[in-house]
Design a protein around this ligand. Structure first.
Ligand SMILES: *[C@@H]1O[C@H](CO)[C@@H](O)[C@H](O)[C@H]1NC(C)=O
Ligand SMILES: *[C@@H]1O[C@H](CO)[C@@H](O)[C@H](O)[C@H]1NC(C)=O
Ligand SMILES: *[C@@H]1O[C@H](CO)[C@@H](O)[C@H](O)[C@H]1NC(C)=O
Ligand SMILES: *[C@@H]1O[C@H](CO)[C@@H](O)[C@H](O)[C@H]1NC(C)=O
Length: 160
C-alpha cells in the first residue's frame, strides 16, 4: 500500500507540473525523514561512527544505476520523490545536511536512512535493538535544523 501511495504521489506531482506553472517563489526546500528521503546523510554519519568504510560508496552499486549512473547516497536505483519535487520547482537536488562544503542556498536535506520518528533512546532503553543506532531520529534532525538555521537564512523576516 505504501508503494502504491508513493507512485500516485509521483504521478500527481508530475501531472500538476505539466498542467500549469507551479508557484516559482519557493527558493528553498528543507526535508526530514528516513531512507525514503535521505540523499546521503546515512553514508556520512555511519562512516563517522565507524560503521562503514568511508572510502566505499554506500549503498553500493547498482544503487543509482537508472539515473545517476553511480551510487548517490540514495537507497534507490534512481531519484527519490524529494528529487522529483525539487525538479518541479526548478531547484537543484538537495544536499545532505551533513555534507562538508555543500551548498545549502536552496535548502538542505536532514533525512537519514533508518531514522525513526521516536527518539533513538526509546529503542535502546527498551532493548528493542542490539545494533548501534545513529543519533538521527527526528528530534536530532530538528536540532540540526535549529543549529544550521542562522547559516541557512539571510533574514529573520517571516520567522516566528
Ligand atoms: C510571487 O511573489 C510576488 C511578490 O510577493 C507576488 O506578487 C506573486 O503573486 C507571487 N507569485 C505566485 C505564483 O505566488
Ligand atoms: C576500505 O575500502 C578500501 C577500498 O575497497 C580498502 O582498500 C580499505 O582497505 C578499506 N578499509 C578498511 C578499514 O576496511
Ligand atoms: C572541503 O574543502 C576543503 C578546502 O577546499 C578541502 O580541503 C576539503 O577536503 C573539502 N572536504 C570535502 C569533504 O570535500
Ligand atoms: C544570501 O544572500 C546572498 C546575497 O544576496 C546570496 O548570494 C546567498 O546565496 C544568500 N544565501 C542564502 C542561504 O540564501
Amino acid at each position: 500500500m505504501d508503494l502504491i501511495f508513493f507512485y500516485f504521489f509521483i504521478l500527481f506531482i508530475s501531472c500538476y507540473g505539466l498542467a500549469k506553472p507551479i508557484n516559482q517563489n519557493f527558493t528553498s526546500i528543507f526535508s526530514f525523514g528516513n531512507s525514503y528521503t535521505d540523499t546521503g546523510n546515512y553514508q556520512i554519519l555511519a562512516a563517522r561512527a565507524g560503521l562503514l568504510n568511508s572510502s566505499v560508496e554506500f549503498p553500493p552499486y547498482p544503487y543509482g544505476i537508472t539515473f545517476f549512473g553511480q551510487p548517490a547516497g540514495r537507497f534507490c536505483d534512481g531519484r527519490l520523490i524529494i528529487d522529483f519535487i525539487t525538479e518541479v520547482y526548478s531547484l537543484p537536488f538537495l544536499q545532505p545536511s551533513k555534507a562538508q562544503n555543500a551548498s545549502f542556498t536552496h535548502g538542505a536535506n536532514f533525512a537519514v536512512a533508518a531514522a525513526s520518528a521516536f527518539p533513538v533512546e526509546f529503542f535502546e532503553k527498551n532493548g528493542f535493538v542490539n545494533n548501534q543506532l545513529l543519533r538521527s531520529s527526528l528530534n536530532y534532525q530538528l536540532e540540526w535544523f535549529e543549529d544550521q538555521k542562522s547559516s541557512l537564512c539571510n533574514t529573520t523576516a517571516g520567522t516566528l
